[in-house]
Design a protein around this ligand. Structure first.
Ligand code: P1T
Length: 415
């Protein structure tokens, strides 16, 4: 079906059909998992558009066209076989390929609050191997963005909502200010937490969107992958070259599974967000909880921006417990539906401790600066029954407090 057909479709329709068409040989409605690593040619250089699977794979192309349509790249299949969408073997592999858009020694500005692995790739790999000069700044603040930018800045890297603090970056504001200072700089948004259902950064003036498709897009915690989408024909051509030249492509099985997962992305995101709102409100009223961070709560300092920029508040909640690491540990050990595990965005609920787990690669100083404390806990709300999740958290929080009371009682007895 022609690309244009989907431009006006709503996103719940796009997640099923965009960029998809029946297999030309058999009419199969679902794309075959195309495993061949190479394709026969009639004569040297005469082929059906497929030469070698790192460069061209029909199953991967089907997924790439899907993400391109979801992020509204507006790039036609005549211009690029996957309409400006690109799939990689992990989220970090996709970020790594993005960084190759810059020459050695370039300056980039990055949000201070980022997934720990992204920060590690920037600071501990590419600063050394590519000589990147990276200025981290709290890009929620216009003045800090202005101070960080120079006319030579080549890239601005933003996560919104951020991992794990759920801070929001105003994409329109950043696009206006950053392009005003450095016309050439490429604006990249890691859209993993929001998914294209709730936020489409290309519509807000960004050039490139990145996803760890390991998370919401695949949604079933059984694939590691990364995706990029751009609406800029020049960046698209560069990425087409770089994806093949670097070679960290997504395999066809993973592309198929991710495409299958995306079919339910809209209904999953609605459920994640609905349950997260209910649970965030409940947590905010709980005596054992110091603070709840969720973009949909009136207490979130950027709720107005969230309402303006996003079509939903997402499924991630960050909380600070009262007490210390002991209380946090007891809660994490005593939940049963929530799995104590890294990652997020799957149908099952996950709970984790950023300081010890996902953000352990940051220096203790950086963690302190960002507020990633011993009592911070991150929740990825799955699509189970929200009341069952609340009951699970209730008994986890009770377990956290119980020992506390016992310790208190013991102290009293000793006195
Ligand atoms: O794990 P990988 O698919 O390579 O994606 C890295 C990545 C990039 N961006 C964001 C916002 C992420 O959250 C991640 C991975 N994050 C976790 C594993 C986590 O538990 O936070």
């Amino acid at each position: 079906m022609p690309h244009e057909h989907y431009i006006s479709a709503r996103i719940a329709t796009k997640v099923i059909h965009a960029g998809q068409r029946p297999d030309p040989v058999t009419g199969a409605v679902m794309p075959p998992i195309s495993v061949s690593s190479t394709y026969a040619q009639e004569s040297p250089g005469v082929h059906k558009g497929f030469e070698y699977s790192r460069s061209h794979n029909p199953t991967r192309f089907a997924l790439e066209r899907m993400v391109a349509h979801l992020e509204n790249t507006g790039i036609s299949e005549e211009y690029d076989p996957s309409c400006g969408g690109f799939a990689f073997s992990s989220g970090l592999a996709s970020i790594s390929t993005c960084l190759e858009l810059m020459d050695a020694g370039s300056h980039m500005v990055a949000m201070d609050d980022l997934y720990g692995g992204t920060n590690r790739l920037f600071s501990r790999v590419r600063a050394r191997s590519q000589g990147l000069k990276i200025t981290y700044a709290d890009l929620t603040d216009e003045a800090k963005l202005r101070a960080a930018m120079t006319p030579q800045t080549k890239m601005v890297w933003v996560e919104t909502p951020t991992n794990p603090n759920l801070k929001l970056a105003d994409l329109k504001m950043i696009a206006r200010i950053a392009k005003g200072i450095s016309k050439e700089c490429i604006l990249v948004c890691d859209n993993t937490f929001a998914s294209p259902i709730f936020q489409r950064p290309l519509e807000q003036g960004f050039d490139l969107v990145m996803h760890s498709s390991t998370k919401y897009l695949n949604g079933h915690s059984d694939v590691v992958g990364g995706l990029l989408a751009t609406n800029d024909p020049q960046i698209c051509a560069q990425l087409r070259f770089l994806q093949n030249a670097i070679g960290s492509v997504m395999g066809p099985f993973d592309a198929y599974l991710t495409l299958r997962g995306i079919k339910t992305l809209d209904i999953r995101m609605q459920r994640h967000a609905q349950s997260a709102m209910k649970i965030a409100k409940w947590l905010e009223a709980h005596a054992a909880v110091e603070r709840v961070v969720y973009p949909g709560l009136p207490s979130h300092p950027q709720r107005a921006l969230a309402t303006r920029q996003m079509d939903g508040f997402g499924g991630m909640i960050t909380i600070y417990l009262k007490g210390s690491l002991d209380e946090a540990r007891r809660m994490l050990e005593n939940v049963h539906i929530f799995a104590l595990a890294e990652s997020l965005g799957g149908v099952e609920s996950l709970i984790e401790h950023p300081a010890i787990m996902t953000h352990a690669s940051l220096s203790p100083d950086t963690r302190r600066l960002l507020g990633i404390s011993d009592t911070m806990i991150r929740l990825s709300i799955g699509i189970e029954d929200a009341d069952d999740l609340i009951a699970d958290l209730e008994q986890g929080l009770a377990a956290a407090q119980k020992k506390n009371l016992t310790a208190e009682a013991q102290r009293t007895q000793r006195v």
